[in-house]
Each structure stands twice: as structure tokens, then as C-alpha cells.
Write a protein that binds this ligand. Structure first.
Ligand code: ADP
Length: 262
């Protein structure tokens, strides 16, 4: 008789989470972590139990955005305890487990994947309504392995700027999600426009139309368009992403819209 394979630690932990959403981008620096962090914070504000997993080990900016970069996660019999930044929001980043925060993480190949796997298995989220996973940029081995380790992802949010290079890679991200059979919730266009601080006129820095075309070609929606706003970057630098609430600012209204689509 064949014995039923034992359920893996990770699968068991992930079963207590209702919606697992990966946030991806074709390249770095387009605002993937910004979107992941704000989506998580805004949904938690609405009363959902939310987790945010920073799996982008080479650009781990998430702890700083919440002002928890000096915290050290505790451990109990269930595993690593994520940091509770508000009543409803838990955050965990591999950066919080690294001893020397100023050195780059230089694991290579298999050692790195083993570390990521162990990290994913050990974080004990408990019951959550949403878990956002901030994936490493691109469509290479790392994001692929992480997405495959967390089976049955419920959705993907793809972040891009409207520049040509970013757009080429957004098409790869959409194909990646499709191959993994993860439904795309939508594309967020970030840093496409800026408002002139003097005359308030909107300036489309990179031109328009490219993101629309990619969305139409792949039959997905654009769920948000965030302007460049120095206030947004400043809030992140101050570690206050979870404290800002739904203010009456353009980016904050745009985030409310994005959250409505998730
Ligand atoms: P990624 O995760 O794609 O590497 P980040 O979210 O870390 O990108 O963003 C890169 C930098 O750009 C950060 O300093 C962030 O504060 C800034 N940034 C992101 N989006 C905006 C925006 N809409 N307006 C102003 N600054 C932004």
C-alpha cells in the first residue's frame, strides 16, 4: 500500500492563509516593495489580518519602511515569529535574521535557495486573510523557486514604470505568472507622471500608452497609476508606511483604488 506523503511544513503553514499574493516586477527599482508595503498596510487598516513577506533578499527595503530594521524576531516551537507592526499587520524579512546588516548577502546558488526555503518554512504567520510576498525582481531562478515553493498562489500584482525597458520586462512578468497559473490581479503603473509643484499641471515623464498596450495584449487590468511623489518616498525613509492612513493625497487615493481591486 502506498502511504500518503506527509504534508510539508510550508504547505501546512500556508493553509492557514486565505489569500497569498505575489508582488512582482520585471526589474529592480520600479517600486515593487513600495506597492507591496502600502497594499499590506492599507488592507490591515481596513481590518484584515495581513502578513508581508520580504523575499527580495538583495534589496530588502521593507524593514526600513516600517522602522523595524533594528528588531530581532523571536522564535517559539512553531518557528520564527514575524514582527507585529500594528495589531493587524505582521512583517518578516530575511534581512532581520542577518547578523551584520551592512554586509551584502553573498550566498550563492544552492546555499541561497536552501536558506530561502528554510526561511519560508519557518516563519509562523498563524491565521491571515492576506499574505503579500515581495518577490525578487525579474523572472529568473529565485522568484521562480520562491513562487513554486509557495504552492497555490492566489494572485499576482505586477509593478512597472512606463519606460520601454521596464515594459519589456513587464511582459515577461505577465508570461511568468501565466506559466505558473497564478491569476494576475492587475498591473500597477508607478512613477509615470509627476505634478508640477508650481502650476500643478501633470507631466507624463515617459509618455503614455505603453502600459495600456501591454495590459491589452495580455488581457489584464491596470489597477492603479501612481505619480512620482516625494512625500511617498519620505514616508518610507521615515519608516512610517503603516502610520500614514488614507490621507487625501493623490497617491493615497490611488492606493485605496488599488486595494479595492485586491
Ligand atoms: P523596488 O522594490 O522595485 O526595487 P522600491 O519600492 O524600493 O523599488 O522603490 C525604489 C525607490 O523609489 C525607493 O526609494 C522609493 O521610496 C522610491 N519610490 C517608489 N515609488 C515612488 C513614487 N511613486 N514616488 C516617489 N518615490 C517613489
Amino acid at each position: 500500500l502506498l502511504e500518503k506523503p506527509k504534508e510539508s511544513k510550508l504547505v501546512k503553514k500556508m493553509r492557514a492563509i486565505k489569500n497569498k499574493i505575489m508582488v512582482m516586477s520585471g526589474k529592480g527599482g520600479v517600486g515593487k516593495s513600495t506597492i507591496a508595503a502600502n497594499l499590506a498596510a492599507r488592507l490591515a487598516e481596513r481590518g484584515y489580518k495581513v502578513g508581508l513577506l520580504d523575499a527580495d533578499i538583495h534589496g530588502p527595503s521593507i524593514p526600513k519602511m516600517f522602522g523595524i530594521e533594528n528588531e530581532r524576531p523571536g522564535v517559539d516551537e512553531e518557528g520564527i515569529i514575524p514582527i507585529s507592526v500594528t495589531e493587524n499587520l505582521k512583517v518578516m524579512s530575511i534581512a532581520l535574521l542577518v547578523e551584520d546588516r551592512d554586509s551584502p548577502i553573498i550566498w550563492r546558488g544552492p546555499a541561497k535557495m536552501a536558506a530561502i526555503k528554510q526561511f519560508l518554512e519557518e516563519v509562523s504567520w498563524g491565521k491571515l486573510d492576506y499574505l503579500f510576498i515581495d518577490l525578487p525582481p525579474g523572472t529568473g531562478d529565485e522568484p521562480l523557486s520562491i513562487a513554486q515553493l509557495i504552492e497555490k498562489l492566489d494572485g499576482a500584482v505586477v509593478v512597472t514604470t512606463p519606460q520601454d525597458v521596464a515594459l519589456l520586462s513587464v511582459r515577461k512578468s505577465l508570461t511568468f505568472a501565466h506559466m505558473l497559473k497564478v491569476p494576475v490581479i492587475g498591473i500597477v503603473e508607478n512613477m509615470g507622471a509627476m505634478k508640477c509643484p508650481h502650476c500643478k499641471e501633470k507631466i507624463d515623464i515617459y509618455g503614455t500608452g505603453g502600459v495600456e498596450k501591454a495590459a491589452a495584449d495580455f488581457n489584464v487590468n491596470i489597477i492603479g497609476e501612481l505619480p512620482i511623489d516625494p512625500a511617498l518616498a519620505e514616508i518610507e525613509d521615515m519608516g512610517r508606511v503603516h502610520l500614514e492612513g488614507d490621507k487625501d493625497l493623490e497617491w493615497s487615493r490611488e492606493f485605496s483604488k488599488i486595494v479595492d481591486s485586491v
